[in-house]
Design a protein around this ligand. Structure first.
Ligand code: ATP
Ligand code: MG
Ligand code: MG
Ligand code: MG
Length: 567
């Protein structure tokens, strides 16, 4: 592509509307333009990137055996009433009426539509499993559209929906999608983590999110520095900083439990200090040889936040207690009271060992290593965490390593939906016995347009975007010096342009009559990975000047060796 036919619309100034760097760079590089709040036009350069992301997603979905379809963006209210989401979804759902006063919405997601397809089209278990996907425009009337395409109102999602007669088949497809997502984000050149996620309001059994790691991320995710543990910390909104440690609430009740032996064993196994976080209560304990108990007991969201603000590992002096009576006194708990979430909070005191606590939400410490952690309402599902209150440095629930907490941008989300939608919409097929069986479902989303922003958030420097090669709008830029003064140079540039294109590169030829400084700044801003400078002097020497987008220095490469060099 020649810049004369592919106008670059770069901006020098940082647009005031953009808070984060990816949004600023997308505007400055001329990838997108804002139409209205949360609505963006993709300009030619940006669209090339978006299409590349789509291409990788499509290839991997196809390779995983998913079948592409295209559903309407506009959906009738009746379907949403059947699933009971017309009431539930809230103001994010854009609703409107047609000329006959029939109600519709602009699809924020397509569970209802696809389940309707399934109940009409699928007859027999023999047709299953099936996995349908589309890459399509969604609309969500986000309360706070921001960060450009990362949280827009209209955006492109790849959404897939799988159908099964039994759980084993759903498990298999879910696992496959997990792998497929891993391949997709790896191919896109992103630094990402898959984390266990809350199944939230959609319901269902299991769920993982894929997060691009970046400080601008709106989610916090926790993962172990050893082992495989990773989960989303639903830090919905930043909690107002509470810096003072509040008075202990009266809401605690001390109960002796028979777990002292278990705890003793655990203390020995993991070597003190133990740090554990549970939903509303942190216990940190350590034993000094022969000196009994040192424990820090914190509880209640406020107190926890206070500690978070201070960064728990740096809390200088844990409270020290000589015995249970002192602890009682310190926390001011009266017998019979309930914990902050309305459940009795027992904790035990073993003078020779430690203080560990749990509360009765199913995550107790009886001989299991998820001890002391409310990793889930139902522990048997594995470490799908309710991590609202974890802090950096906590042990991971599997005991392998400590948790790191970093910011993430949610770019993908997979769900085992189970029968939630198929039951409500009565989607069945005949099973092996000829009996109607309610379909089991999975759903799998990828934020295709969000990925473009996320990729920039992770790959940029002071001069602009640094595209990962697989999604760069062009891989190579040719920047000729004083092109308009030399026919010889024009011929050489044309030849090189042709040669590189024939070798399979996407090439941007900067044939503008502008100063090299302007040209270089633009090419760096838009993030083209390879830059080749051709000049009269270079031609005399039979060389081109090459600079990779992140190289500190340029170097000379013989013209004849360029193609090989770039490969
Ligand atoms: P978020 O937590 O960021 O609001 P979500 O959990 O509501 O996202 P899903 O329903 O899981 O989103 O949709 C699948 C994917 O669609 C998300 O993982 C995300 O990448 C993308 N996505 C969701 N909302 C937006 C948005 N407003 N703008 C751009 N992409 C979005
Ligand atoms: Mg959302
Ligand atoms: Mg989310
Ligand atoms: Mg999600």
């Amino acid at each position: 592509m020649r810049v004369s036919q592919f106008p670059l619309t770069t901006l020098k100034e940082i647009p005031a509307e953009a808070e984060i760097v990816s949004h600023q760079l997308m505007l400055r590089a001329g990838l997108i333009r804002r139409l209205a709040s949360g609505l963006y036009t993709w300009l030619p350069l940006g669209l090339r990137v978006l299409r590349k992301v789509e291409h990788v997603v499509r290839e991997e979905m196809d390779a995983a055996g998913a079948l592409e379809i295209m559903m309407p963006c506009v959906q009738p209210a009746e379907l949403w009433q059947e699933s009971a989401r017309w009431e539930k979804y809230g103001p994010e759902l854009l609703r409107f009426k047609d000329r006959h006063q029939r109600e519709f919405c602009f699809g924020p997601t397509h569970e209802e539509v696809i389940t309707d397809i399934a109940r009409r089209e699928l007859r027999s278990y023999k047709q299953l499993p099936l996995n349908f996907y589309q890459i399509q425009t969604k609309f969500r009337d986000e309360i706070r559209p921001r960060f450009g395409v990362m949280r827009s109102r209209e955006f492109i999602m790849k959404d897939a929906y799988s159908f099964h007669v039994d759980e084993a088949s759903l498990d298999e497809t879910y696992r496959r999608m997990h792998e497929t997502y891993t391949r997709i984000f790896t191919r896109l050149g992103l630094d990402f983590r898959a984390v266990a996620a809350d199944t939230g309001s959609i319901g269902g059994d299991a769920s993982h999110e894929f997060h691009v790691l970046a400080d601008a991320g709106e989610d916090a995710i926790a993962f172990a520095d050893a082992g495989d543990y990773a989960a989303n910390v639903e830090l919905a909104e930043a909690t107002p900083g509470i810096t003072e440690r509040p008075q202990p609430s009266e809401a605690l009740r001390l109960v002796d439990t028979p777990n002292a032996k278990t705890i003793q064993a655990l203390v020995e196994q993991f070597e003190l200090p133990i740090e554990r976080t549970i939903k509303t209560l942190i216990v940190r304990a350590s034993v000094e040889a022969g000196s009994g108990l040192i424990a820090l007991i914190l509880r209640g969201d406020h107190q926890l936040n206070a500690i978070k603000a201070e960064k728990l590992p740096e809390v200088a002096s844990p409270l020290q207690f000589a015995d249970e009576a002192e602890i009682r006194a310190a926390i001011g708990a009266g017998p019979g009271s309930l914990g902050p979430i309305g459940l009795p909070i027992p904790f035990i005191v073993d003078r020779s060992a430690a203080v560990i606590s749990d509360f009765g939400a199913g995550a107790n410490i009886d001989g299991q290593h998820h001890f002391g952690v409310n990793w889930n309402r139902d522990v048997s599902l594995g470490p799908v965490a309710d991590l609202r209150n974890v802090v950096e440095g906590d042990y991971s629930p599997d005991g392998k390593g400590r948790l790191r907490i970093v910011r993430g941008i949610e770019v993908g989300h997979i769900f085992k939906l189970g029968r939630t939608y198929s039951e409500r919409l009565n989607a069945t097929v005949l099973d092996e016995q000829g009996q109607p069986a309610v379909l089991s479902m999975g759903c799998y989303g990828i934020g295709v347009s969000r990925i473009v922003g996320a990729a920039i958030e992770q790959n940029h420097d002071a001069r602009g975007i640094v595209w990962p090669i697989p999604i760069a709008p062009f891989q190579v830029a040719i920047a000729p010096i004083n092109l308009h003064k030399s026919q010889r140079l024009r011929d050489a540039v044309d030849t090189l342009y042709q040669t590189l294109r024939e070798a399979g590169f996407e090439v941007l030829l900067d044939d503008r009559d502008v100063r090299p400084g302007v040209m270089f700044a633009d090419l760096e801003l838009i993030g083209i990975p390879h830059r080749i400078v051709l000049s009269e002097r270079g031609l005399d020497a039979g060389e081109a000047e090459y600079k990779g987008r992140q190289d500190a220095e340029s170097r000379q490469v013989p013209l004849g060796a360029l193609v090989e060099f770039l490969r």
